[in-house]
Design a protein around this ligand. Structure first.
Ligand SMILES: [Zn+2]
Length: 151
């Protein structure tokens, strides 16, 4: 499937990092139904159903709502949870957090404030952090094939 960077969404940018303040009603018009439900209503997609939970290709993950750069494939690890799992974000301000319990934080996009998923404290050592992110909120762009560089 070709990726769809929401061509009608005027807030989408992969270079602009300025924080967005957009009303829910406006997002509802701009986003697909599925994306709106997960991003703005915090609905969690079913495990093992998203398009990226087992993606192992090298590349970068962007916010599907606003284009914010979120994660790199080097920080992705195979998790039995069935959701794309990462050790850390590209930048410390790529995301924001909202505490839900001692073991769990909600993870929001640092630019558009959309619900991305959760951060748990049961990740692999040494950091013990595990970002569990909904595939619906991610847009993946593969790196250029490294075999093309070989001579
Ligand atoms: Zn975003």
């Amino acid at each position: 499937m070709p990726k769809q960077p929401q061509p009608l969404n005027p807030y989408y940018s992969r270079t602009d990092t300025a924080k967005l303040s957009v009303a829910d009603a406006e997002w509802k018009v701009l986003l697909s139904r599925t994306l709106y439900k997960v991003a703005r209503k915090g609905v969690t997609e079913q495990p093992f159903t998203g398009k990226y939970w087992d993606n192992e290709s090298p590349g970068t993950y962007f916010c599907a709502v606003c284009g914010n750069r979120l994660f790199r494939s080097e920080e992705k690890f195979t998790s039995s949870s069935g959701w794309p799992s990462f050790l850390k974000t590209v930048r410390s301000n790529s995301v924001r957090y909202r505490k839900e319990s001692a073991m769990e934080m909600e993870v929001l996009c640092g630019r558009c404030g959309s619900h991305l998923g959760h951060l748990y404290t049961d990740g692999p050592p040494p950091m013990g952090r595990r970002f569990s992110i909904n595939s619906a909120l991610l847009e993946f762009e593969a790196d250029r094939d490294p075999s093309e560089d070989r001579s």
